[in-house]
Design a protein around this ligand. Structure first.
Ligand code: C2E
Ligand code: MG
Ligand code: MG
Ligand code: MG
Length: 281
C-alpha cells in the first residue's frame, strides 16, 4: 500500500491522522480529569448598554484552570465525545451559584449568559435541571440568558423550538449567538422566541470596510423591526463602537471594554460606568 500510494503521501496522511487522534485523546483525558478534580473555571465578560454606558450583564466563558487547552478546541472535542452534556450542566450550575453569591453580597443584579451547544438538546432533562438549580439557589430565571447558535435549527427545528418555548415559560431569556456566520435564511428569526441577537465578531471586524457597514446597519434595522435587541461582539476599537452606537446597536461586548475576567475581578466592574470611554470615543 505504501508503494501504490507513494511513500511521502502515505506517511504524511498516516502521521497527521495519528497525531490528531492522539491530540483528541489527550484533550479527552484533560476534560475528564477536569470534571473530576474541579479543573474548570468560568470567566465573565461584561456587556455594556450603548445608551447609558452601564454594565448590563456578563457572558460566562468556560476555561480550564491550567489553560492547557483553549475553549475553541476543548468545546469541540467535548461535543465530539459527548462530554458536552456533563460539562454543560457543570457550567449551568456554576453560573447559578455565582449569581447567587453576587446576590448575597448585595451587588446589583446582573444577568449572565450561558453558551448552549446544539448537542445539549440530547440532554432531555436540561430544562428541569435548570429549573431545580434556580429554585435551590433562589435565583430569578430572568437573570439567566441561554445563548444558542443558528446552526441548532439545521437538523432540529421542531425540537429546538420546543426547547426554547420551555425556556421562555420558565422565564429565562434567549439570545442568538454568532449571528451572521451561518447559512440559514433570516426567516427563522421570526419563529424563535429570542430576546437578543449577537452579531458575530467576524462581521464587526469588517464593519469599517466600505460596503460592509451598510449591510450590518440594515441587519440591525431588520433585527429591531422584529422586536429583538442587538449586541455587537468582539468590539475592539473606538471607531467601531462609535459607529455602532450611531446606528442604534443596543449593547457592546468586546476587548474595548474588557476581556473575560475571573469572577473576583469581574466584581470590580459592577459599579464602573463606562461613559468616560464613550465620551472619548
Ligand atoms: P462565543 O460564545 O462567541 O464567545 C465569544 C468569544 O469571543 C470568547 O472566546 C471571547 O473571549 C471572545 N471575545 C470577546 N470579545 C473579543 C474581542 O474584542 N476580541 C477578540 N479577539 N475576542 C473576543 P472564548 O472564551 O475563547 O470562547 C470561544 C467559544 O467557545 C465561544 O464563542 C463559545 O462558542 C465556546 N464556549 C465558551 N464557553 C462555553 C461554554 O461554557 N459552553 C459552550 N457550549 N461553549 C462555550
Ligand atoms: Mg457566546
Ligand atoms: Mg459569539
Ligand atoms: Mg461561538
Amino acid at each position: 500500500r505504501v508503494k501504490t500510494m507513494g511513500k511521502n503521501n502515505y506517511l504524511f496522511f498516516d502521521e497527521s491522522m495519528t497525531n490528531s487522534m492522539r491530540e483528541k485523546a489527550r484533550v479527552e483525558n484533560i476534560l475528564r480529569e477536569a470534571l473530576e478534580t474541579d479543573g474548570f473555571t468560568l470567566h465573565y465578560q461584561p456587556q455594556v448598554a450603548v445608551k447609558t454606558g452601564k454594565l448590563t450583564g456578563f457572558e460566562a466563558l468556560l476555561r480550564l484552570k491550567d489553560f492547557s487547552v483553549p475553549p475553541g478546541i476543548f468545546i469541540s472535542v467535548a461535543e465530539e465525545i459527548g462530554l458536552i452534556l456533563e460539562i454543560g450542566r457543570w457550567v449551568t450550575r456554576a453560573v447559578i451559584r455565582q449569581v447567587a453569591a453576587w446576590q448575597e453580597q448585595e451587588l446589583p443584579v446582573m444577568p449572565v449568559s450561558i453558551n448552549f451547544s446544539a448537542l445539549q438538546l440530547n440532554d432531555t432533562d436540561y430544562v428541569d435541571f435548570l429549573k431545580r438549580e434556580l429554585y435551590q439557589m433562589n435565583v430569578p430565571p430572568r437573570l439567566i440568558m441561554i445563548e444558542i447558535t443558528e446552526s441548532i435549527f439545521l437538523d432540529n427545528r421542531e425540537e429546538t423550538l420546543r426547547f426554547l418555548h420551555q425556556l421562555k415559560n420558565l422565564g429565562v431569556t434567549i439570545s442568538i449567538d454568532d449571528f451572521g456566520t451561518g447559512y440559514s435564511s433570516l426567516s427563522y428569526l421570526t419563529e424563535v422566541p429570542a430576546d437578543l441577537v449577537k452579531l458575530d465578531k467576524s462581521l464587526i471586524d469588517r464593519y469599517l470596510e466600505k460596503n460592509s457597514q451598510a449591510v450590518i446597519d440594515s441587519m440591525i434595522a431588520l433585527i429591531h423591526s422584529l422586536n429583538l435587541e442587538v449586541l455587537a461582539e468582539g468590539v475592539e476599537e473606538k471607531e467601531q463602537f462609535r459607529r455602532l452606537a450611531s446606528c442604534g446597536c443596543d449593547y457592546i461586548q468586546g476587548y474595548l471594554f474588557s476581556k473575560p475576567l475571573p469572577p473576583e475581578d469581574a466584581v470590580n466592574l459592577f459599579h464602573q460606568n463606562f461613559t468616560s470611554l464613550f465620551k472619548e470615543a
